[in-house]
Ligand binder design. Structure first.
Ligand code: THU
Length: 134
């Protein structure tokens, strides 16, 4: 799937965001190794620390459906002025199931998209090298 289509799915997913506290909607679209796309939205809670980001929302849905490896993710933050990158927790959790070279696309709208990789977002990930031998 091309970048524009994947980002459009992330934007659509942001409409399902449950974010009454921040009023900051986020949507994501995650591509599994076999091409299946899973979407997610951020789900907040009145106990703020329990909030689940859109990226982890898509990931746990996909993992629960039996998938284990992902090649790309797009993240849409329609309520921000510019692109907002995945938070530190999501970088770590995504890296469990995505190779350092896996592509990450994020933006507030299709007009300004940032293209990067998991490895660039989470450098010096020594634990990734140990994965499987821990
Ligand atoms: N959020 C995400 O879902 N993903 C990100 O990459 C950035 C932050 C959510 C968490 C919270 O519901 C809201 O955005 C404001 O931080």
């Amino acid at each position: 799937m091309d970048t524009a289509s994947l980002f459009a799915l992330a934007l659509e997913a942001a409409r399902s965001s449950y974010s009454p506290y921040s009023r900051f909607r986020v949507g994501s679209a995650l591509v599994a190794e076999d091409g299946t796309v899973f979407t997610g939205a951020n789900v907040e809670n009145r106990s703020f620390g329990l909030t689940i980001c859109a990226e982890r929302s898509a990931l746990v849905t996909a993992i629960s459906a039996g998938h284990r490896a992902f090649t790309r993710i797009a993240v849409a933050t329609p309520d921000s002025k510019g692109p907002v990158s995945p938070c530190g927790a999501c970088r770590q959790v995504l890296s469990e199931f995505m190779a350092p070279g896996a592509r990450v696309t994020f933006g507030a709208s299709r007009d300004e998209l940032v293209e990067t990789t998991i490895g660039a977002l989470l450098p010096f990930d020594a634990l990734h090298d140990l994965k499987g031998s821990l």
